[in-house]
Design a protein around this ligand. Structure first.
Ligand SMILES: Cc1ncc(COP(=O)(O)O)c(C=O)c1O
Length: 444
């Protein structure tokens, strides 16, 4: 069914001759209709403006719908992914040179914000779960302890939920932030579906600003996301910063997808009920004895641990692809992650269940060494990140001149300016030996 958004776009374009961008001029007679030319417009009269939406405009009413869906003071549709919202959100909550507290397992976009905003991070290393070696939640106590280590941090930045669905207690962390007069930014890129069913915990509303990717866990096109402001005093500053990091030629195709997703969420009870049913069926029929399902706060994230088996994450992924035509979302040394959403069906989850059970039969026990998914010691920052990226560190074996991450998830194992410790070298070596190739993004 067409969205009201699309109907309004059709209405404003119906009888006009486009003497404006885009250059395809909606000329499907010339170009064919294999691409959605006819609904791809720009900010013409009647089509509102993403960077300055009108209260009664088509984008303004989309902002309003999302504020109410997520219980935010204001909401901004994003068409450059969560990435642009993270850059804008962190710039909104800080001033250059500020001291900030950051969970070390944040996505590269957070570290890029820290780099370009010239922030000084006090890092919190998340605990690693002993059973599966994934990053666990960041506690309010760990934040409190980080405030003691930092000199007057003005902002706390963390990821919740994580890729695997681990959720931190944002309300408790928010109280600690308030006590210290600091703002709280939450990267909830993986949590757009939270709060829409009692199947999942609530969305992290205790943040001053949170960003979430609609495209990751909800029915929306790639690149669509939301910036959600829960503390009104940051609304206009966030909007201005989005103007810096987000394109000035936003795609109406993507915005239409954001509109459609809002319609689906507003009427989503049956969809989420069905999701619950098929997930329940999946878990009831999937009881591997050697492979292990990693349970997190988000039961929609199906992570399969290969620890203590002859499989690695990579070899299990190869088997899923080549023999069961299943493409996982993320592969790590000792596990892989299959993402589900309301758009999965009984058939897709049943296929996954059968594949897991069949591969479990083939798996054998192994006493191979377990590999944590992330570093377990913080490498000292010898040179501040924002300075290190401008220095020529070529030939300095002891200090990193690069961001080093495995992609996905794109979480830096090593940051520019950090000491290349023996632990880091061993970690990178272990990853390579298990078939995972870290990417090295040189800055000098
Ligand atoms: C934790 C986290 N934050 C942010 C992002 C960036 O999201 P987007 O791809 O929507 O820009 C990602 C992408 O994978 C992510 O995993």
């Amino acid at each position: 069914m067409k969205t009201k958004f699309q109907e309004q776009i059709e209405e404003v374009t119906r009888s006009s001759i486009p003497m404006h961008m885009p250059g395809h001029k909606r000329n499907v007679a010339m170009l064919g209709d294999d691409l959605p030319y006819s609904v791809d417009v720009t900010e013409i009269d009647g089509a509102d403006d993403l960077h300055d939406p009108e209260a009664d405009g088509i984008i303004g009413s989309l902002c309003e719908k999302y504020s109410s869906l997520y219980g935010a003071r204001s909401a901004r549709p994003l068409i450059n992914g969560s990435t642009c919202g993270i850059l804008a959100g962190i710039r909104t909550l800080t001033s250059p040179g500020d001291s900030v507290i950051v969970a070390r397992n944040c996505h590269k976009s957070v570290w890029h914000a820290i780099e370009i905003c010239r922030l000084n991070p006090t890092c919190i290393l998340p605990p690693i779960t002993p059973e599966h070696g994934i990053c666990d939640a960041i506690t309010a106590e760990a934040i409190e302890e980080a405030f003691e280590r930092s000199s007057g941090a003005t902002c706390v930045i963390l990821t919740s939920p994580t890729y695997e669905g681990v959720i931190s207690d944002i309300d408790a962390i928010s109280s600690v932030c308030k006590k210290h007069g600091a703002a709280l930014f939450v990267d909830a890129a993986h949590g757009a579906h939270l709060g829409f069913s009692n199947l999942f915990p609530d969305f992290p509303r205790g943040a001053d600003i949170a960003v979430t990717s609609l495209h990751k866990t909800l029915p929306a096109l790639t690149q669509t996301a939301l910036g959600l402001v829960f503390n009104e005093k940051y609304s206009s500053r966030f909007a201005r910063n989005l103007g810096i990091f987000e394109t000035s030629s936003p795609s109406y195709i993507l915005m239409n997808s954001i509109a459609k997703c809002a319609d689906i969420l507003a009427d989503g009870n049956a969809l989420f009920d069905n999701y619950r049913t098929i997930l329940d069926e999946f878990y009831a029929s999937t009881n591997p004895s050697k492979l292990n399902l990693i349970k997190t706060d988000d039961i929609g994230k199906i992570s399969i641990s290969t620890r203590n088996t002859t499989f690695t994450g990579s070899s299990l992924a190869d088997a899923l692809r080549s023999r069961f035509s299943i493409e996982p979302e993320m592969v790590h040394s000792d596990y892989l992650l299959c993402m589900t959403s309301v758009c999965d069906t009984r058939e897709t989850l049943s296929a996954l269940s059968k594949a897991i059970m069949s591969l479990d039969e083939e798996a054998e026990y192994s006493d191979k060494k377990s590999i944590p998914s992330f570093i377990t010691e913080l490498p000292p920052a010898e040179i501040p990140l924002h300075d290190a990226v401008w220095l020529d560190l070529e030939g300095r074996e002891d200090i990193s001149d690069a961001y080093v991450w495995v992609y996905p998830p794109g979480i830096p194992i090593l940051l520019p300016g950090e000491k290349v410790t023996e632990e880091i070298k061993n970690h990178l070596e272990m990853l390579k030996n298990s078939g995972i190739s870290p990417k090295i993004i040189k800055t000098s």
